[in-house]
Design a binder for this molecule. Structure first.
Ligand SMILES: [Zn+2]
Length: 94
């Protein structure tokens, strides 16, 4: 294990994961909200701002989550003007 800086609060901690133990719980809560959003409320062309407003997840954390492997198939636009051409169904399941 090496000393790392928490991606969420900036605290130094020793672990193999991306965030400190305190933030791990918050990340977990955010991620379930995000997965719930994709399962129930996802619409094609939704923007990061809209997801952030809907879920209460900060833009910074949202960007971090969207870089995760499990969300790699989902294309989210930076703002509301984009059209999502990769997912035409309008709904996806994780
Ligand atoms: Zn932290």
């Amino acid at each position: 294990m090496e000393l790392k800086r928490c991606a969420r609060c900036g605290k130094f901690y020793a672990s193999d994961v991306e965030v400190c133990q305190e933030c791990e719980k918050k990340d977990f809560a955010d991620l379930s909200k995000l997965k719930g959003f994709f399962a129930d409320n996802y619409v094609s062309g939704v923007s990061k701002n809209e997801i952030s407003a809907f879920t209460g997840i900060s833009a910074r954390n949202l960007n971090r989550y969207l870089g995760y492997e499990e969300f790699s198939g989902i294309y989210i636009t930076e703002d509301a003007s984009g059209i999502n051409s990769e997912i035409s169904e309008g709904k996806i399941s994780l």
